[in-house]
Design a protein around this ligand. Structure first.
Ligand code: R5P
Length: 294
C-alpha cells in the first residue's frame, strides 16, 4: 500500500490539506479522553505495510499532543506499518535546548528521544527554534529536516499586501536568517534589531538609527507568543517614523491578548502560517510540507 496521512487532533485540518496536496488517503481516527483524563487513540483502517505520515503540531497543550502523537505512532508500528514519518509543524520544547540553570533538564533532548523511541522513522518540522543548535543531526538520530515557511510567507506578502518596497526587520539577531530570506524573496533590504529578554513575557528592544522614515516595514519572526517582541519592535520603529508595519511569523501561538497588543502598538496587518490554527493563519503550509515528502 502507498502513503497514507493521519492527523492528530491538533492538526486535523492541516492533515486534510496535506492529503489533498499529496493525493493520498486520510485515515480516520477515534481520539478521545477517558474520564480520568487519559488519552485513547485508534486509527481506522488496514495499517499493515503502510507508509504512514502522522501530523501533529504542539501548541498550547504540547504535553497532551505529545502523548497523543506517541500513541498514534505506537499504534501504527504495532499494527505493521512499514514506515512512520512524523510531521511536527510547531515543535514545542525546542527553546530549552540547554541547561540554563543547575537542576534543569535539556527538554529538547528528552522530547526528541521520546519521539524516536515511539517509533518515528523520520521527522519533518518547520522553523524550529534552533538558536544554539545548527544541525538537526545533533538532536535526532533519525533523518530529520527543519523546513522553512519564510518563502511562503514572503510570497503571500508580495501577492496580497500593498506595501512599497518594504524594509524587512528581524527583532533580534536570531531572526536575521528569516529577515534575510524574506528580503531575498521580496527583492528588498533587511536589518535586525537587538532584543534583551527580561522574563518569559517581557522583552526590551534596543534601537539605533535606522533608515525607516516613511518606509513600509515587515517584521518577521519565527514565533509570536505573547506578542511582546513584535509590539516593542513596532513601538521602536514607529518612533523613528516608519509608515505601514506588517508583522509576520511562522508560528502564531498568540497567548495573552497578543494580537490586541500588536495592533494597539500600530501594526496594520499581522499574519502567520497554518502550522498553528489561529485567526491570522493565512499562509498555507501544506504545500511546503508536501514538497518535502515528494
Ligand atoms: C525568541 O527568540 C523567538 O524568536 C520569538 O521572538 C519569541 O518567542 C516571541 O515571543 P513573544 O511573542 O512572547 O515576545
Amino acid at each position: 500500500m502507498g502513503r497514507v496521512i493521519i492527523g492528530g487532533s491538533s492538526s486535523y485540518v492541516l492533515a486534510v490539506k496535506l492529503a489533498r496536496e499529496l493525493k493520498a488517503p486520510l485515515l480516520g481516527t477515534d481520539i478521545k479522553k477517558f474520564p480520568d483524563g487519559e488519552k485513547y487513540v485508534r486509527i481506522i483502517g488496514d495499517l499493515d505495510g503502510i507508509d504512514a505520515v502522522v501530523i501533529q503540531s504542539m501548541y498550547l497543550n504540547p504535553d497532551e499532543y505529545l502523548i497523543e502523537y506517541f500513541l498514534l505512532v505506537e499504534a501504527l508500528k504495532n499494527s505493521g506499518a512499514k514506515k512512520v514519518t512524523g510531521i511536527i509543524p510547531y515543535f514545542a520544547y525546542a527553546r530549552q535546548d540547554k541547561r540554563f540553570n543547575p537542576g534543569e533538564p535539556i527538554s529538547l533532548k528528552t522530547v526528541s528521544k521520546l519521539i524516536e523511541t515511539a517509533g518515528t522513522d523520520q521527522l519533518l518540522t518547520v522553523d524550529m527554534h534552533l538558536h544554539r543548535v545548527d544541525d538537526m543531526g545533533k538532536i535526532f538520530n533519525i533523518p530529520a529536516k527543519n523546513l522553512t515557511a519564510i518563502p511562503a510567507i514572503a510570497h503571500y506578502i508580495g501577492k496580497n499586501l500593498p506595501l512599497e518596497k518594504p524594509l524587512i526587520i528581524g527583532p533580534d539577531e536570531e531572526a536575521e536568517q528569516w529577515a534575510r530570506t524574506a528580503a531575498t524573496h521580496l527583492e528588498t533590504d533587511y536589518d535586525v534589531l537587538e532584543k534583551k529578554r527580561l522574563s518569559s513575557t517581557e522583552v526590551e528592544i534596543t534601537t539605533r538609527e535606522l533608515e525607516v522614515k516613511n518606509r513600509d516595514i515587515v517584521i518577521i519572526d519565527d514565533i509570536i507568543s505573547t506578542g511582546g517582541t513584535i509590539a516593542k519592535t513596532i513601538e521602536a520603529l514607529k518612533k523613528q517614523g516608519a509608515k505601514k508595519i506588517v508583522a509576520a511569523c511562522t508560528h502564531p501561538i498568540l497567548v495573552d491578548n497578543a494580537l490586541k497588543k500588536i495592533y494597539t502598538a500600530g501594526a496594520c496587518d499581522v499574519i502567520g502560517t497554518t502550522t498553528i490554527p489561529s485567526p491570522i493563519s493565512v499562509v498555507e503550509i501544506a504545500s511546503t510540507l508536501a514538497h518535502a515528502l515528494i
